[in-house]
Structure formats: C-alpha cells, structure tokens
Design a protein around this ligand. Structure first.
Ligand code: AMP
Length: 691
C-alpha cells in the first residue's frame, strides 16, 4: 500500500513520494510535468476536467474554478456550475481525486495513504475540511502538515549543523512565515503566522488593474466587464509577471471588444505597482520574529518557498534583511510536497510498527527514522467570557499561539446548577489573539452534558480542556471537579446569528474577584533566584485566571509597602508590574524585614476595591516581625469578608501561615520550586473560574 505527500496549493498542486532508493521525489507525468494547476471545470452535461485540462478551458473562455483553497471552510463561498453548487472542500475533493489517480498512474500501483499540507494559519475548520476532502477522494489522511514546516523538513533533512531559519512562503494565494530551529534532523518551530489573503494572485490583480486602466484610457472599453477578455488577460498577466522575474521588461497583448493593444511593462514599474504587497509581507515577518523573541540578525538565513518568491524583489529584500543570500538547496515549487512525502513515510512506518507488517528496513522508510518535528499553531484558542465589569463579551485565551503541539490546556468554569434538571453548560470556542471578541473567530460550540447539581451557592466547577493534536485539529473535553466525573461533550452547529456577542450580556449576579497578591520583597528574596521563581509562579497563576473573572493588583512588602499597579483586569499590566517587582527586589530598592504591616494595608485597600468579592494572597519566605499584630489584623480583615491565602517557603512558619489565612487549606508551606502547585491549589480552593 503506497503513501504520498500532497502539496495542495492555491494555484498549483504537487505530489511526491519516496522512491525505491529512499529519495523523496516529486511525481512527474509522461510529459515531465510536476505541477498540476489547482483547477476544476464542469461541462454543462456533467463532465468534469481537472488540473491542466481544466486550466486549458480558460483559453476557450470557459468559467473554471480556481483559487478555491482561499475559501476553504468559508460557508459563504460556493462555486456554481449549472444547477449545482460546490463548496471549496468539495472542489478540493475533486482535485484530490485527480491527484490520487494521477499518482497511481505514474507509480503503477494503488495509493491510499497521504499527508496533505495546509498553510500554517489554517484554522481548525479549514484543517478538518481538508481531511474531509482527502477522505472523499478515497485517501486515508495520515497527517495534516503545515506548508512551511514541510519545506523546512526538505531543507533540514540532510543537514547536520544547527541553524535557525525563517521560511518565507509566498505562494499563489497565501503567505506563510515560520521561524524554526534545525539540529540534526530535529525541527522545532519557534513561531508561525501569515496572511491567507495574500499571494501571487494579488500581484497579478495589481497588473490587471493597471493594464485595464491603460486599456480603458486608450479604447474606452472596460475589460473588467468583459468575461472572456478578462480571462485571457488573467492568463497573460501571470505569464508577464513570470517573465519579469527573468528580464527587466516584457510585452503583453490586451484584447477586448474587437480592440487590441500592446503594452510594455518594466520590472521597475511592476515593483512600484506592488510594493504595498511586499511591504505587508515585511510587517508580518517582523511581527513573527518578535513573537519568537528574535531579530533578523539572530537568523542563520531565510528559506524561500512558493512560486512567488521567484520575483527578484522578494529575493533582494530577504537578502537585505538577513544580510545573507537566501538559503538554497531546495526547489521552491517542490519543497512542500517533498517534506509531505517524508512525513508520510514517517507516519506509514509508525503504522507498520503497530501492525508488525512489512520491514522497516525498506529504503523508503530510511529517512523517516531521522526526523523529529515539534510544530506550533498560529492561533490562540479561547472561549467567550464576560468582561470583569459585566458590560460586554470578551475572548478569554486558553491555549496561547506558538505553543508546541500536541498541547492541552485547561480552564475552570463556574456553573450554577439546578436540582433535578439536566444541567448543560455551553462553551463557545474562539480563535484569535485579541480580547476583543469582534477581532476573533468563533469556530465552535460545545455542550457539556450531565453536570450534577451541587448544593453550593457558588455553583459547580467544571474544567474544560482544549487540545491541539499533532495535525492542529482541536478537541474539547470536560470534567466536573466537584464530582471528578468526566462530562459528555457534544459539538453542535454554531448558530447563524452571533450578533448577541456584540451586545451587553444579560445582567448576571456573578461578581469578579478583586485580588491583591502581596509579595515579600525583603533581602532574602534575592537569594537563589527566589524572587524570579515567585514572580514566575504568580505570572502563571494570573495567566490561568479567566478574562473577566478578576481584577488584580500587585504589591511588595518589606519595611515599607510598594504598590505596583491599581486593580487591573488586563493581565498584561499585571505582568508588567511583576517585572517591576523583580527588578526592584534585585536593585537597591529592596527593603528588609516585614514591619510594614502588609495585612492592615491590604485590608484597607480591599475595602476600596472595585468589587466586594475580595481576596488577599500573601507570598513570603520569612518569619514576620510582629506576628501577633499580623494575626490580629488578619482577623479584622476576615471579619470584613476578605478571604486570605498565605503561601510560605524558605524560612516561613507553618503555624503562622495557618493563623493568618481564612482556612487551613488556604495556607501552604512549600519550597520555592513548588510555588506553581501552591498557586494552583489556591485557585482550586477559590474555584477561580468564569461563570
Ligand atoms: P505556488 O502556490 O507555490 O505554486 O505558487 C504559485 C504562484 O507563484 C503563482 O501566483 C505564480 O504566478 C507564481 N510564480 C510561479 N513562478 C513565478 C515566477 N517565475 N515569477 C513570479 N511568480 C511566479
């Protein structure tokens, strides 16, 4: 049973496999053609043509389905042929059926298994639709692989020396950037992103507009109104653009309404017309490098992938930014398909292991044993939550982008239950980086069934777990923490009308927590990086708090008290405050002891807090100067409804911690390396989750 790697491109597709000598190779047909146009044509009587045959129909003035990959997963896109309508997935399935049959003809044997590549920024729905298209074409989809990762595998497979590279992938309809670390066959993706509406087609469109304007000025005819003239021009323009990659000017004929004009376009003119597009790719590269915490000078080079990187302006710009000539050794048109074939052989080899079948010594599996891939996803995953002031819906991130996949992250939700009814909690899954819900995509709706009623005014606590699998496909699970039981999760259709997301949430009696975290800043905190660890654990704790469920302020105490921020609902501001605390504790600004009576001060501040759900978390590594006074102050605070948690490490005293905290389970004596666990147990005690 054979396997293939498929680069399912916007304009062209390619199929590769591993040959009998163990070498990845792109399949060429009997004319030596390796690239297949991503085109489908339907005749009025139901005949279907694909690939080059379909693209040829353009010259006959026929309407041909092109660039449909751009619309993958978009419900509002349909291609109409006669009385039938096709989604981008259905068109892709037709194209994949053709690619499979073509591969079988070239190889002379049946092919059933495939790895299919997708742009790195493809979302969950676009990925599942790609798998579905493969399935409909009769393929077992072994994996979905990110295109730039595939290209980097091809580049990195035979390189022993370590290098950090940027893959700049500008194809026909999409742009992807990925930063990777390569070391003896181990590939680690550091950050990835892109724009799925930017590619060679946009460069063509700029030329079309330019020539249409000239033609209009010369003849008075609008070629954009003339279907046939425009189809011809679309084909001719792509050719012109390609010619301009090799020479400094080229000639094009434009024909419409019986008029015919010849225009010369120079490369300089073309570059001027499209410089905004190139600039957009520059901004995206800069952003992704900064997400990886790198600058251009940290790179060993850039790898150019995708047909559009043949444009000299791309090459020149990348060379200028990296200070080096772009990396060579891979063919921009073939690299993605070749990488997919290598991963297909890896996956096929794994399945051989499982069934104990054919020998893994087969040369076609030799490469597979040498690669290890750690990929990431370019979207954060979150859920719809209510902002801390209850005024709007926000996006609350659960898995941050650029985390290595597969990955699972969890979040707690509070849920008020009713006795005797089927308690169902709805969770909306979002993709996006902003807390603004209108800048994110709502991609799924899940119902959590069978939540048991709990006699607790705070309600039940359920934990949702989001996962990205190795294909970047999402799964969602749920567990009720009060009972420890796994919940049944049902994925349901998203309603068409999500306009309620942009309206004010219905009044809720949910009260966000006002939290003070006060951190010991006495001299001993400088030792053995205690302050770094304390700040890191606090940061992780804040990151876990659902958006909208809290307002937090950070303070330091020693012989004096330092306020580092006001009550903030924005976690980033709290992170900035933590960085200040760390800096201060290391600098001359640190104090000594803990005589400033932090509990008394925090008590006063919490009485002024924005909400009356008040929590004080104390982090200390020492024995306090005025213990009895602190215990008295803690009692007063508790009497005012403030809940106190005390985490101690180093020389802290367990009995004292117990006395100042609201209950035993909120006092934890631990070591500086286990602060994360202490915070997480406190979070559990407070059932810190969203409603
Ligand atoms: P891909 O999706 O990677 O196959 O890239 C296809 C895109 O690359 C199409 O927009 C082509 O017009 C473009 N392309 C291919 N060859 C060249 C070339 N020599 N110069 C400029 N663009 C090219």
């Amino acid at each position: 049973m054979d396997f293939i790697g498929i680069d399912l491109g916007t304009t062209y597709s390619a199929v590769a496999t591993i040959d009998q000598y163990g070498k990845p190779a792109v399949l060429a047909d009997c004319y030596g053609e390796k690239l297949v146009p991503s085109a489908v044509w339907f005749s009025p009587d139901g005949e279907v043509k694909t690939g080059a045959e379909a693209k040829d129909m353009l010259q006959l003035g026929e309407d041909v389905a092109l660039f449909f990959k751009r619309y993958m997963g978009q419900a509002d896109y349909t291609y109409t042929a006669g009385d039938k309508e096709f989604s981008a997935m259905e068109l892709s399935a037709i194209l994949l059926t053709h690619l499979k049959a073509r591969a079988e003809e070239i190889l002379g044997r049946p092919v059933h298994k495939a790895v299919i590549t997708v742009p790195a920024y493809f979302n969950d729905f676009q990925r599942t639709q790609t798998v579905e298209a493969g399935r409909r074409a009769g393929l077992e989809v072994l994996a979905i692989l990110n295109e730039p990762t595939a290209a980097a595998i091809t580049y990195g497979i035979n390189r022993q020396e370590g290098s950090r590279i940027l893959v700049y992938d500008l194809g026909g309809g999409t742009f992807d950037v990925t930063v990777l670390q390569i070391e003896s066959g181990q590939l680690k993706v550091l950050a990835t992103g892109g724009d799925h509406e930017l590619g060679g087609k946009d460069f063509d469109d700029m030329l079309i507009k330019h020539l249409a304007r000239k033609f209009m000025a010369d003849t008075g005819y609008d070629i954009e109104e003339d279907m046939e003239g425009l189809s011809d021009l679309t084909l001719a323009v792509e050719n012109l653009k390609k010619q301009l990659s090799n020479r400094s000017s080229a000639v094009i004929n434009v024909r419409s309404n019986g008029e015919r004009r010849k225009y010369t376009v120079t490369r300089a003119e073309f570059e001027e017309l499209t410089k905004t597009l190139l600039h957009t790719t520059q901004v995206i590269c800069d952003n992704i490098l900064s997400e990886a915490g790198l600058g251009w000078h940290d790179l060993d080079g850039a790898l150019l992938v995708g047909g559009s990187t043949r444009m000299p302006m791309v090459y020149e710009w990348v060379a200028e930014m990296t200070g080096k000539r772009p990396l060579t050794g891979v063919n921009a048109d073939e690299a993605v398909a070749l990488g997919a074939a290598i991963v297909a052989s890896m996956k096929a080899r794994e399945s051989l292991g499982a069934i104990g079948g054919r020998s893994k010594e087969d040369p076609r599996f030799q490469l597979a044993g040498r690669v290890r891939i750690a990929d990431v996803m370019s979207h954060s995953l979150g859920t719809v939550a209510i902002s801390s002031d209850g005024s709007k819906y926000v996006n609350s991130i659960i898995i941050r982008k650029n985390k290595e996949i597969p990955v699972t992250d969890r979040r707690r939700l509070k849920f008020r239950t009713r006795r005797g009814s089927d308690n169902i909690q709805t969770v909306y899954l979002t993709q996006g980086e902003s807390t603004d819900i209108d800048k994110c995509l709502v991609v799924g709706k899940y119902l959590f069934h069978g939540i048991e009623h709990v006699d607790n005014p705070d309600g039940a606590v359920i934990e949702i777990a989001y996962s990205y699998d190795a294909n970047g496909i999402i799964s969602v699970e749920g567990r009720q923490l009060d009972t420890g039981r796994q919940l049944q999760v049902e994925k349901v259709e998203l309603e068409d009308d999500l306009s309620w997301l942009y309206e004010a949430p219905k009044a809720s009696n949910f009260v966000p927590m006002s939290i003070i975290v006060t951190i010991d800043e006495s001299g001993s905190m400088c030792w053995r990086s205690a302050i770094e660890k304390a700040c890191k654990a606090t940061a992780e704790f804040i990151r876990q708090l659902p958006e909208g469920s809290f307002l937090i302020t950070l303070q330091g105490f020693s012989d004096r008290q330092m306020n580092y921020c006001t009550f903030e609902s924005n976690p980033e501001k709290a992170m900035a405050a933590l960085a200040e605390i760390e800096k201060d504790t290391h600098s001359a600004r640190i104090g000594y002891g803990n005589a400033c009576e932090p509990i008394e001060k925090c008590h006063k501040q919490l009485l002024q807090a924005p909400t009356d759900n008040r929590i004080l978390i104390i982090l200390t590594d020492g024995i306090w100067d005025h213990k009895n006074k602190a215990i008295d102050e803690a009692e007063k605070a508790k009497a005012d409804g403030i809940q106190i948690a005390a985490i101690g490490f180093g020389k802290a005293d367990k009995k004292f911690l117990q006395k100042i905290s609201s209950k035993d389970s909120l006092s934890i004596l631990t070591s500086v390396d286990k602060l994360d666990a202490a915070f997480s147990s406190i979070a559990q005690e407070f059932s810190m989750g969203i409603k």
